[in-house]
Design a protein. Structure first.
Length: 186
């Protein structure tokens, strides 16, 4: 990227040469916005440190006396930085983002679930509503297994040995289980 003000090469939201705030990318990569490596495994303290560092650079208070263009860019950067933090802080959102490029499943057109899985969930839900404590335990076991599978897929992907094609469907299953567990544990 080239600075709009001094025409030097820029790495990040603020030009190191002249200190000018740069326009935010139209569709920001949340990892790049915070200067983080794309990874499913992300230490929360590292995320918070990166968020604070970038937030300080782009915060609107720093640009209060500047031109309207810079104030507007500051607000856009702040929104992008806060959205990046929100998405990357949640492991499920982070996984969905890494696998699909979007932070959450679409309202329509989410991956279709296997009828066998849906039938199993219907039975578990029915048993849980009937008061069977083992049904919720089985649901938790399936949940744990799915989380482990997703983590394995991301580990393989990080090592350059796999893809993330199956992750959205597994995340959809996980969301289904989360919903069921929340309903019955409340």
């Amino acid at each position: 990227m080239i600075c709009w003000k001094c025409h030097e090469a820029v790495q990040g939201p603020v030009c190191a040469s002249c200190g000018a705030l740069q326009p935010p990318p139209p569709k920001p990569d949340y990892f790049a916005v915070l200067g983080l490596k794309r990874s499913y495994v992300l230490d929360r303290a590292t995320l918070e440190t990166a968020w604070r560092a970038v937030s300080r650079k782009v915060h609107p208070d720093r640009y209060a006396g500047k031109r309207a263009l810079e104030r507007r860019m500051s607000l856009q950067w702040t929104a992008a930085v806060n959205e990046a933090r929100r998405v990357l802080r949640d492991p499920e959102s982070r996984a969905w983002y890494l696998a699909t490029g979007i932070p959450r499943p679409p309202e329509r057109g989410a991956p279709a679930l296997d009828p066998v899985f849906l039938e199993e969930m219907f039975e578990l839900r029915f048993e849980a509503e009937a008061g069977d404590p083992e049904a919720l335990e089985r649901a938790r076991e399936i949940h744990t297994t799915l989380e482990a599978e997703i983590a394995r897929r991301f580990a393989a992907w990080s090592a350059g040995e796999g893809d993330l094609d199956a992750v959205p469907e597994r995340l959809t299953r996980l969301r289904y289980l989360n919903s069921m567990l929340r309903e019955h544990e409340a």
